[in-house]
Design a protein around this ligand. Structure first.
Ligand SMILES: Nc1ncnc2c1ncn2[C@@H]1O[C@H](COP(=O)(O)OP(=O)(O)O)[C@@H](O)[C@H]1O
Ligand SMILES: Nc1ccn([C@@H]2O[C@H](COP(=O)(O)O)[C@@H](O)[C@H]2O)c(=O)n1
Length: 219
């Protein structure tokens, strides 16, 4: 991996339940800054490859348990970025339940946002974050959003989404995700478009990057 001279990357973790609005929140924060300043990596990209299983077997995996993710690789990638190295971020295919062959090259940004449902539940990952944000959204809103997204974008049926929710998503949320809220520095209620929350984090990042804050952002 290539190495560049850099100021140390500030790493911000954004956790929250599935469908809480983590991606929406991170994308809106990023939209106010240049690509060179802020990059996002998603724990979802680090789901383990299940090439050795049939599609039906892959569908039986508990994707809400920490064991389904290659968190060790994510930890190493964040450490490499902090050391000034470019990394190869894996890409994940939710329709085929497996990793793509392509990767995304990422050079060290000034600010790195890491998002995912389980990023605060593993201490070795959690300890890498300079700031921890938890997006807190009502369970019924999260389920409605997940239904729309998984049927619309991830080639799932209504029956599949509901049975996955009852069998693994909900129990793992209660066991791992919800308790991990206790590690957060900031808890943002009402999902990914909370203007006060967006304004708070964006102002902090503009300050860190010594940028003027555009007053019309997130209004
Ligand atoms: N505050 C909100 N109001 C309405 N829809 C929202 C809001 N935040 C997110 N969404 C929608 O809900 C879905 C899930 O949001 P997303 O940001 O992908 O959640 P997560 O990354 O936590 O799974 C997306 O379709 C998104 O557009
Ligand atoms: N093959 C997979 C892998 C993961 N999931 C679900 O994704 C959810 C996490 O992503 P969010 O964007 O919703 O935070 C997680 O709850 C897994 O159940 C999947 O359905 N299939």
């Amino acid at each position: 991996m290539s190495q560049s001279s850099h100021a140390t990357t500030v790493v911000i973790g954004i956790a929250g339940g599935s469908g809480s609005g983590k991606s929406t929140f991170a994308d809106l924060v990023q939209a106010g800054l240049d690509d060179a300043d802020l990059a996002i990596i998603r724990h979802d990209a680090y789901y383990k490859s299940l090439d050795h299983l049939t599609l039906d077997e892959r569908k039986q995996i508990n994707f809400d348990h920490p064991a389904s993710l290659d968190t060790q690789r994510m930890i190493e990638d964040i450490k490499r970025l902090r050391a000034g190295e470019t990394i190869a971020v894996p890409q994940y295919d939710f329709s085929l339940y497996t990793r793509k062959t392509q990767v995304d090259e990422l050079a060290p940004p000034s600010v790195l946002i890491v998002e995912g449902i389980l990023i605060f539940s593993e201490p070795r990952l959690r300890d890498l974050f300079d700031m921890k944000v938890f997006i807190d959204t009502d369970d019924d809103d999260r389920l409605i959003r997940r239904l729309n997204r998984d049927i619309g974008e991830r080639s799932r049926t209504l029956t599949e989404v509901l049975s996955q929710y009852q069998n693994t998503v909900k129990p793992m949320h209660l066991e791992f995700v919800e308790p991990s809220k206790r590690w957060a520095d900031i808890i943002i209620p009402h999902g990914g478009k909370n203007k006060v929350g967006l304004d708070l984090l964006s102002r902090k990042l503009h300050m860190l990057l010594k940028r003027d804050y555009p007053e019309q952002l997130h209004t």
